[in-house]
Design a protein around this ligand. Structure first.
Ligand SMILES: [Zn+2]
Length: 171
C-alpha cells in the first residue's frame, strides 16, 4: 500500500487486527520514508447484484419493494409479516451468494415463487399466474394495483361462492 503522504510504495504493516465479527481487518501501517502512520481496512466486497429487466433496464435490488410485492400476493392470507421478511432475507442472501454484478429479473422471479410456494399455496398461484404473463417482479405490483383499482363492471356474483381471486384479477 502506497503512503498517502509521500507516495512511497514500501509502507510497513505494524499491527493487524480483526474486529469482533471477523469481517473487517484493520491494519496500522507506517511509512519508512516519511515516518507517517495510517490505517487501512479490509472488508469483503459483497454487493447486491443489479436486477436486469427483460427490456434491458437495470434496477437496484429493493428489499422493501420486494416485500411489498410479496405482501400483495399474500393479501388476506394467514402469513405473518415476519415470515415474509424472513423470505425476503433468504432471497437477498441467495442473490448475494451468487457474487454476480447483475442477474436477470427472471431469476429473481423464480426465487420469489420458490419462497411463496413454501409460505402459502394460494399466494404462490396468485403470483405465478400474474407474474408468468409479465416481465418483471416490480411489474407484478403495478399489475395487481391496476386490477384492484379497475372499476367493477356489472358482474353477476353467484351468492355463496365468493371467489377470492376476483379481487386480485378482476375476472
Ligand atoms: Zn510516506
Amino acid at each position: 500500500m502506497k503512503c498517502p503522504f509521500c507516495g512511497d510504495p514500501n509502507t510497513q504493516v505494524t499491527d493487524t487486527r480483526e474486529n469482533e465479527d471477523g469481517d473487517v481487518v484493520r491494519r496500522r501501517r507506517r511509512c519508512p520514508k516519511c515516518d507517517k502512520r495510517f490505517t487501512t481496512y479490509e472488508r469483503i466486497d459483497l454487493k447486491m447484484p443489479h436486477i436486469v429487466k427483460r427490456n434491458g433496464n437495470r434496477s437496484e435490488f429493493d428489499h422493501n419493494k420486494l416485500a411489498g410485492s410479496m405482501q400483495l400476493a399474500l393479501r388476506k392470507r394467514p402469513v405473518t409479516t415476519e415470515a415474509v421478511e424472513a423470505a425476503v432475507d433468504r432471497i437477498e442472501a441467495r442473490l448475494l451468494s451468487l457474487g454476480e454484478p447483475e442477474i436477470p429479473s427472471q431469476q429473481l422471479g423464480e426465487l420469489v415463487m420458490k419462497e411463496l410456494k413454501k409460505l402459502d399455496k394460494v399466494a404462490y398461484i396468485r403470483f405465478a399466474s400474474v407474474y408468468r404473463n409479465f416481465a418483471d417482479v416490480d411489474e407484478f405490483s403495478d399489475v395487481i394495483r391496476e386490477v384492484q383499482a379497475r372499476p367493477r363492471r356489472g358482474r353477476k356474483e353467484s351468492p355463496g361462492q365468493p371467489d377470492p381471486e376476483h379481487d386480485l384479477f378482476g375476472n
